[in-house]
Ligand binder design. Sequence first.
Ligand SMILES: Nc1ncnc2c1ncn2[C@@H]1O[C@H](COP(=O)(O)OP(=O)(O)OP(=O)(O)O)[C@@H](O)[C@H]1O
Ligand SMILES: [Mg+2]
Length: 572
Amino acid sequence: MKRIPKGKIRNYFIGAVIFIALETMFEVIIPFLMAQIIDDGIMKQDESIFLAKGLQMLICAGLSLLFGIIYARMAASFTSELAAVLRRKEYQAIQRFAFENLDHFERSSLITRLTNDVTTVQNALISAIRPLVRGPVMLITGMVMAFLIDARMAWIYLVILPFLGLVLYLIVRNVRPKFPRLQAAMDAVNERIQENLTAIRIVKAFVRQDYEAEKFETVNSQLADISRDTFKVATLNIPAFQAAMYTTIVALIYIGMQMIFGGTLQVGELTGLLSYVLQIMNSLVMISSVFLLLTRSMASINRIEEVFNEKVTLTSPEDGKFLKDGSVNFHDVSFKYDLQAEEDVLSHINWSIKSGQNVGIIGATGSAKSTLVALIPRLYDASQGAVEVGGYDVKELNLNALRDDVAMVLQNNVLFTGTIAENLRWGDPDAEQKDLDRACRIACADEFIQRLPDGYQTQISQSGSNLSGGQKQRLCIARALLKKPKILILDDSTSAVDTKTDRRIRDGLSRLPMTVIMIAQRISSIASCDQILVLEDGKVRDIGTHDELLKSSSIYHDLYLSQKRGDPDAAA
Ligand SMILES: Nc1ncnc2c1ncn2[C@@H]1O[C@H](COP(=O)(O)OP(=O)(O)OP(=O)(O)O)[C@@H](O)[C@H]1O
Ligand SMILES: [Mg+2]
């Protein structure tokens, strides 16, 4: 953050600083000229001086205005470009995240970091550049001009200024620590709103509006309290500034009056000095409010930096290998999501799948079925042991090649806004219509697509809410098939499809020349597989074919019986 990117953006920044400095300098000259107009023009009744100095004053004002306009444009370009770069870099950083990194951030927090936080930094910068340059420039040039007019009087500034400086410093020091609290309270409100809006249908379905409203009220009033507490002190800035200013003005007028009576000071000089009091004090207040502003954006900067500093441990090796076939081998694999956790989620898995086999995984909910298959496309790295895919340890494989060759239909898969055809082409951007037809036929999605008025051109609304659960699942399977993977993983991907269609999809898949790994709740979905793995609490309980497991595995046998009783079609 400390470094400003090179090139265009840096030039805008330098330009903004130069032009604001120029604007300020020309502005500071004006009271000096005014003093001369009053003393040499008006008091001595010399019109030529009045005209000459008046013209100079107009030129100064005009130049100051012009530079101010150029500054404003440069500053706007600088901050907007910088914000765009920040957003792009942050977006790219998040895209590089592995699943493990994504587990470290709330989704709502990543959204705030990409939008609100960047805007906060942008706003802080645009409001800070001007006072940060103007303040010191005005302070110094104002002092010089004041001394030029009358050195005897200017010492009054030197008495008052340190005093005002001290007061402002105390205010800043007091308010600073309050800003991180303010930002945290704002985050809490944002988070509540986002969570509530994402799940608003569920909230209504459960009639929990009151409960949600109460939770919102808590964070909302906390935010109000903290911001009142913060700004109570921060707003002392202005009165402190005014008190110091009026004290100085009164002192100046009093001493100036004596000097004018004594004939050692002129009226115009006094007016000039008075103008500089205003400018100098103003610059001090500007500097102090910038400090407050920047402190406030520090919290946002830190949050953005956290995203940049998040270490992506899961990367593709240089000269990564390519898969030879669709085989998978687990060698004594253990895994946990949190390295600090005591218990393994998966422990000591040994399993071998030959290329082209159809295999099933079954087990109670939470037995780590999804976790087990997530290791195959290397969504996570095993904590211990090795996962071998296509003949190589996954860590030796080119990551893109691995994920291209392993298509996974996730348990909670999503579709994107766009047409059905666009969604399917996610799997293969160059797919022709006949490829789409074929994939949809195997996934049994063709029948409902044909019935839609716009067919493949039907728009899918946000996350597919205009499709049924089973329709979405079939589209996701078709999308995965279009990748023509060596290994296809279906994580409970036909759970919302009726048993008849489920069987047709399975039959179609079993004829494809690829390894198919299927997680299922229903025994009927996997009974015809070449081998079935029974998972229990992250451990392999049994491996075998349907017939073998019926004899040897008590869990499998019990499951079979219970499903057969419940659904006569299930044990087909
Ligand atoms: N991203 C994650 N971070 C931390 N823990 C996780 C994560 N995903 C899953 N877990 C935990 O790992 C365990 C196994 O979860 P997993 O999703 O693999 O089970 P599953 O067998 O697929 O269950 P289901 O049948 O309900 O889909 C659970 O205890 C779960 O809480
Ligand atoms: Mg699962």
